[in-house]
Design a protein around this ligand. Structure first.
Ligand code: ATP
Ligand code: MG
Length: 455
């Protein structure tokens, strides 16, 4: 993509309405614009990241055996009367009337809708286990939308719902989502800790919130320090018993403030390992049994021929919140530092002297070659001064910068800079191409490793 044809309205100064760094950087990098309180347009740069995150979420859901569908954003109020949540949900639900006076609502979540879909489509024990998910916009009329996309009113969520014949099977479906979440957040470059969370009015159920620690987090959390060092499992066999895979996370204390037990914390966790911090909830897994299936009569014929009410769980990931959460976890004074896995482009190519024949030719050639290799490149072919180009590239946080100025190009060289480490190396034009043939990791090691000099 050429910057001259792209739409990326960057802001030099920090917007005054933004209280936290991710919100400031998302506005400054031209990723989002507020349309009304808690409701945002996703500009091209923001949308690329949102899509990359959704992609990773989808891949891990699919690996865990979940199946994607798509439910609408607008639902009928009658559906919510069946589960008796229509009145209970309160002011967070945006209620609408259509032209015939029928009561509708903008979905804040989808338990009711998925339950009717499954009820109407599944009849026998052979139709379970089944876990269905979608990635869809939700609306919750939050009393205090803030921190940009972290607490929006309209936001993108991945929500999955499992259906099983027995409680035991439902726990297995729950475990699959739990492990899929560990893998998803790790691939997003995050350390998200599953913490015991409130299960709501129905007792005996199981729930964990996946939390990343951040000063700007809205909830207070408590956990064992060693949880921060755990690495998500690889090559998971989702058909095997996952309890041993989950054990390292479940053995150590981790709880949100709602269920925190100060005595247990003090006795189970050595003093120097006690973390009490602020956290951002990026996902939640919830086993709730027949809470919706019972009132909504979601049942199938069991192997014994008897009608059996199904057992369910629901599993959410805040896809749009993650964009902000990842920036909270990965930035410096100059701007965003995207993990390679979700970067909007992998490479920023800076032409420091547009109009200089040799520099233009070198950049065009690199741009063409890298793209034909399948690399994503944002080519700064604008007339802006070099200083401004450097600032913009650092702000938008692409993992690699290729810097081409007339002086280096004359010597057949360009500079390759790693955004995360700041390390820069001078390489020949071919060497740069080779580097991206052989390297596809975040590794900052580019060779000689000295700070950028070209300006
Ligand atoms: P919170 O406690 O933050 O209000 P929640 O527990 O009500 O969230 P869930 O129903 O568990 O939210 O939704 C699943 C995920 O959706 C959450 O883990 C969170 O990441 C995300 N999410 C929830 N509300 C919002 C919001 N207003 N803006 C952005 N993301 C949200
Ligand atoms: Mg939650």
């Amino acid at each position: 993509m050429r910057i001259s044809r792209f739409f990326m309205p960057v802001l030099r100064d920090a917007p005054s309405e933004a209280e936290i760094v991710s919100h400031r950087l998302m506005l400054r990098a031209g990723m989002i614009r507020q349309s009304s309180s808690g409701i945002y347009s996703w500009l091209p740069m923001g949308l690329k990241v949102l899509n990359n995150i959704s992609q990773i979420v989808r891949e891990e859901q699919d690996k865990a055996g979940a199946v994607e569908l798509l439910m609408p954003t607008i639902q009928s109020a009658d559906l919510w009367r069946e589960s008796e949540r229509y009145e209970a949900y309160g002011a967070e639900m945006l209620r609408i009337k259509d032209r015939h006076g029928r009561e509708m609502l903008y979905g804040p979540t989808n338990e009711e809708l998925i339950t009717t879909l499954f009820r109407d489509g599944a009849h026998s024990y052979r139709d379970v286990p089944c876990t269905l998910y979608h990635v869809q916009w939700k609306f919750r009329d939050e009393i205090r939308p803030r921190f940009g996309v972290m607490r929006g009113r309209e936001f993108l969520m991945k929500d999955a719902y499992s259906f099983d014949l027995t409680k035991e099977d439902a726990k297995k479906s729950f475990n699959r989502m739990f492990v899929a979440y560990l893998r998803t957040f790790e691939r997003l470059g995050l350390t998200a800790i599953p913490m015991q969370a409130e299960t709501g009015p129905i007792g005996g159920d199981l729930s964990y919130e996946f939390i990343i620690l951040a000063k700007t987090g809205e909830s207070e959390v408590f956990c064992h320090k060693d949880l921060l060092d755990l690495k998500a499992p690889e090559n998971v066999n989702y058909d095997s018993d996952l309890e041993p895979v989950m054990a390292p996370w479940l053995e150590k204390y981790a709880a949100t403030e709602d269920v925190h037990d100060a005595d247990r914390f003090a006795s189970e966790v050595p003093r120097d390992k006690q973390i009490s911090a602020r956290g951002i909830e990026v996902g939640q897994v919830f086993l709730f049994g027949d809470k919706y299936n019972e009132p909504m009569k979601c049942a199938v014929q069991g192997p014994d021929g008897k009608l059996t009410t199904l057992q369910s769980g629901s599993y959410g990931i805040g896809v749009s919140r993650l964009v902000g959460a990842i920036i909270e976890a990965s930035h410096d004074e100059a701007g965003i530092i995207w993990p390679q896995s979700i970067a909007p482009f992998k490479i920023g190519l800076l032409n420091l002297k547009v109009g200089d024949k040799d520099t233009d030719a070198a950049c065009e050639s690199l741009y063409e070659q890298l793209q034909s290799m399948g690399q994503t490149v944002l080519y700064d072919d604008s007339k802006e001064r070099a200083g401004g180009k450097f600032k913009t590239m650092d702000l938008i946080g692409l993992p690699w910068q290729i810097i081409a100025g007339p002086r280096s190009v004359k010597a057949g060289k360009v500079e390759l800079k790693n955004r995360a480490s700041g390390e820069a190396t001078e390489l020949g034009l071919d060497e740069v191409i080779n580097f991206f043939v052989t390297k596809s990791t975040d590794s900052p090691s580019t060779g000689t490793g000295r700070k950028s000099t070209e300006s």
